[in-house]
Design a binder for this molecule. Sequence first.
Ligand code: ADP
Length: 372
Amino acid sequence: MPWLRLLRWKLFISHTLIIASGVLVLLPTAHFLAAANFAPEPAASLSPDAAPTDKASVASSAYVQSVVDQALLISAFAALTAAVIVSLFVSRRIVEPLQELTVVSGRLAQGYFRERTAINSNDELGALSQSINQLAEALEKTELRRLGLVADVAHELRTPLTTIEGYMEGLIDSVIKPEPEIFAMIQHEATRLKWMIEEMALLSRAEAGQLRIEPKPIALLEIIKQVAAQFQPQVASQELTLTLDLPPTLPQVLADPDRVVQVLINLLANALQYTPAGGEVTVFARSLDFVVQVGVRDTGIGIAAEHLPHIFERFYRVDKSRARQSGGAGIGLTIARHLVYAHGGEIWVESEGIGRGSVFNFTLPFNEPIAN
Ligand code: ADP
């Protein structure tokens, strides 16, 4: 009987069984108690010459017993009716919220993340409903982020592709002359496209927690000098000054050198990108208690206070039009943060506001275990 598996029926049957067992105990007990208490004296009842008062006593005893039986039957019926009403009430209070929770979780499983339950009772069902609503909220946020990511990725990839398409159409229609600069421009856009795809692939690996880090003891001073040397041609062409403010020695850190280079390149490239000609970029490093701190300071456009908390979020750009011109996809800092966190370090930004430069800092842990 499949209907027997329904909670509603289980509740009804359990209530009925409780009442029925009460009735089963009460009926014979009351019947025998009544019989014993209202029975006439044995001598009087058995004698054939019993007096009329004795006969009346036997009749009244039988009458009392039948009244007691009737009263018990009526109360049994009343108790059964009460069982029906109570089980209806209880099933309303328990079964209906459970049905609502089942419907809502089913809708969530189908991808309708806006679904919420309206149960706000102050009991276990209310608590369950609250946690289902929290789950729905988390799922909805993740879904919104995913949709935003797909839209952003599509938008970012479309920009260089549209440029390449435009040049190609111009070349085919002979509107643009096939000159070396045009091919160089197309190649530049193609390279940018490839770089963006690589960055996005890296970001998705980082966000999935699949970035491989191979830490080993490294000397940061050497790495900083190498990366800075790599940027010298760009520094010169942008009429900037790049200064290294480094101590003579630094403790070794435990890090993956390729990933540290990647972080430094991201921060230095940004500093050069967002600092106008004549400005200065400084890379500094110092040893703190258990970590080495590295920083990239610039005298560039700076960052307004309201943007600071979001600067490491993926695809976040302060000035979208400016970033697009210069090719930024707004994921360099997100990747840098993932890389630094993967090493157990910290990364943060400081800026006194627009036009007042910025400082990007990160830390990496010492190689040596800390002696107590
Ligand atoms: P992008 O590729 O756009 O530079 P990032 O993730 O590296 O992406 O940086 C995110 C945003 O942070 C940039 O678009 C820019 O608005 C801001 N930003 C990053 N570095 C600096 C800096 N040194 N000075 C001013 N703004 C910066």
